[in-house]
Each structure stands twice: as structure tokens, then as C-alpha cells.
Design a protein around this ligand. Sequence first.
Ligand code: GLU
Length: 374
Amino acid sequence: MSALELSDYRRLVIKVGSSLLIGGDDAVHRGWLEGLADDIANLQRSGHEILIVSSGAIAIGSSVLDIVRSRARLEHLQAAAAAGQVQLVHAWQEALGRHGIAAAQVLLTPEDTENRRRFLNARGTLAKLLEHGVVPVINENDTVATEEIRYGDNDRLAARVAQLVMADGLVLLSDVDGLYTADPGKDDRAEHIAEVRRIDEDILAIAGETRSDIGSGGMATKVQAARIATHAGCSTIVASGKVDHPLAVLAGGGTCTVFRAEGTPAAARKQWLAGALDVRGELRLDDGAVRALRAGKSLLPVGMAEVVGAFRRGDVVTLVDAAGRELGRGLAEYSDEEARRLAGRQSEQIEELLGYRGSSVMVHRDDLVLFDHD
Ligand code: GLU
């Protein structure tokens, strides 16, 4: 991959695997982490927005609790995650702090990315952190997520985060430098695959998705993550982090596999909205609001003339003009009851009308699709 290409991505999610960050003694590899933090600081300085998904809480916490991971039960692992997470995030805080960059801990469960109401909350928080130049350090909330309701691996979590924040690049750093036609450890004819344009059955089979699971270790979850991300318009790069300054090495043309995005994040979001089946309510807009939406703006409460039906925050609503013509769809930032109170009013009055200060918009422009205009 060329230097130019990494710089093409505006919003990057970087996933760091436990094996890179944590040594055999379950202590953080501080020197390596500092090198990665240098790379992140450089990317940030040149205008990229960076989010980190970091594993390692359970590994660090195991030595705090003195448990053997392979034999530990779920409660033990959850307790280890709780003890390890503070140290993990502290290590990130120190490494990024050397560059004057603040870190923020964000712990997520699948509900936070898959339930639309919670999705809006998580996204709002992450957007604010990025706006303030703070680097979110994200992990699964292992202490509350039980076996049935876990992401389980941070590759998938990272892909969901990329989708949530509409990132255009996801870098999965681990101990493999990409996808091979066979397991390079077992087959010396194995060839490295530099680019994947479509994740089809062949690619899934190579990655060990099939029962035999003889692909290179850990590739199956990476390809599944790449599938989620590329469908969301986010290119996914699988690269080795087993070098100092891994992102600088990558930007300089280091070996990796790039899974190309299908379209852009905005197009993917709009396609999903257009195809949503569970439309719950309707917002009738005044002419000013229709013009604002056509100009690419968000829908403000002041532009709502009438609210029809019952819906909750995060539900899909239909947008209609004064004549009742359907203009498009969007995700509601407020419930129908709140929307009725806000209709026709200025955003500055939201706190006075609802008793709390929520979003200043009724439908965010990222969550909006206009049928005849997109
Ligand atoms: N959330 C786990 C941890 O921080 C890691 C999961 C994974 O390695 O994918 O220890």
C-alpha cells in the first residue's frame, strides 16, 4: 500500500490486538505502544480523525487476579477485564499524553451499536470526542456482557464502531500481515493477497470460515469484520503490528491486505434507510424545512408542522411535504411525544420544552435520505 493511500482516509478506526500490546508476563509493551501513539499523533496532526479499539483488558487483569485464562470461568474473565481495563486505558492515556492528546474510555456492548436508540447515544458521544481532538479508546464492556450477548472479539466490535461513526478506513493490527491463499505456516505455496474487491465465498473459505478452520489463525473473524465494514462503505486493512511504528510502516508501503469498501459510508447509510421496513411515524414539514433538507441540512424542530404516529428515538420516520408527498426518511432524534412538543419551535427552546437539552436537530443529515434527490 502506498503512503498516499493511508492518507486518503479521513476517519480511521485502528484495532489493536492483545498479542501486540501485552507480553508473556501480561504487562503492557510500553515501548511499542509509544511508537504506535507517535504514529497516531502524526496522523491526527495531518488532519485524520482517529478512534482506537484496544483489546488487552482480560490479559492484563489475569495477572492482577492471578488467574489462568485458559481455565477461568466467565465471571473470572469479567472480573479480570474490570481490573485490567483501568490499566489498559491508563497505558493509552500515558502514551497519547506524551503528544498532548487526551484519551477517553468508551466501553460498548452489542446493544449500543445494534439498537438504534442506543446507537444514536454512542454516536453522539464519539462525534463530540472527535470534534474536541480526543482519541476514544474503545473496548467491549466485558464486565456486563455475558456469553450470549457479546461481540466476543474486537474485530467485530471495531467493524461496528466503524459503521457507527461512518469511518472510511478500518485498520486491524494483529500478528498477521494479511490474507493468504493458504496457511503460510503449513503450505509454502501460499501467496499473499494484497487486495480484495469483493468478499465472496472463496475469500470466506480461504479465511477459514469453513469447518476445517485451516486458514491462517484468526483470519475468519477479520474477514467477517471486513465484510461488515466494507458494506458500510469502510475499507478494511489487515496488517501486522509486530513492528515498531506499525502505522508508519503501513503508510510507507508495508505488507497488508486491503478489503475495498463498497461505496461510501454516506451512501451505505442512505441505502439502509431507504430499505428500512419498520417505518414508525411521519413528520410533516413546512416549505422552509423542505428547502433546507434539499440543501443538505439537518431537520430542525422548527421545520416540523405536524407529527403523526407513535415512534421512539432511533426509529425510522417518513418525511412528507405540506402536500403530503413523501420526500424521504430519517432517524428520529426524539420520540413522537417529544417531537409534538418541539414542532415549530426553535432549537434553543428544547431544554425549556422538554426539561433536558438533547440534540438540537430532529433528524441529523447523516441519518436522512431524500428519495428523488440523492
Ligand atoms: N475485550 C477483550 C479484552 O480486552 C478482548 C477481545 C479480543 O481480543 O478480541 O481483553
